[in-house]
Design a protein around this ligand. Structure first.
Ligand code: 5GP
Ligand code: ZN
Length: 117
């Protein structure tokens, strides 16, 4: 059911603390932690604690929670002292989504090309 922790979900396990992560911020509804395979000097993932499979599902089922995630990306960027940064929600296999628990990538600390690859 949307929002319920999934036994086979990596990010639900990070929320539960059963898989370790370098957590940079936590709120009642969200967790922000460093990506294990960083693509920029700052590469932090912001996730809702509740399980939703991607950003679209999150926005549809829980728009307030989607807003919490977006607010937290800003808080991460402030905490990392980034003037410029990129927020990415890979959505679907063709866009590179590999973990099926909604997450925002916050990338910064270097120049970021456009269009992305
Ligand atoms: P996606 O490809 O789904 O947009 O992003 C998933 C991200 O999760 C990838 O950037 C990947 O490096 C990161 N990731 C995968 N497994 C782990 C893990 O166990 N811990 C952390 N911190 N990040 C992970
Ligand atoms: Zn999950």
């Amino acid at each position: 059911m949307a929002g319920e922790a999934q036994d086979d979900c990596l990010f639900c396990k990070i929320v539960a603390g059963t898989i370790p992560a370098t957590i940079v911020r936590e709120t009642e509804t969200t967790v922000a932690f460093r990506d294990i395979n960083p693509q920029a000097p700052t590469h932090v993932l912001v996730i809702p604690k509740a399980h939703h499979k991607d950003a679209a599902a999150l926005a549809a089922a829980a728009p307030e929670l989607a807003a919490d995630v977006l607010r937290e990306t800003q808080a991460v960027a402030d905490g990392e002292k980034l003037d410029s940064y990129r927020i990415v929600f890979n959505t679907g296999t063709g866009a590179g989504q590999t973990v099926w628990h909604a997450h925002a990538h916050v990338l910064g600390g270097r120049g970021l090309d456009w269009p992305p690859g």
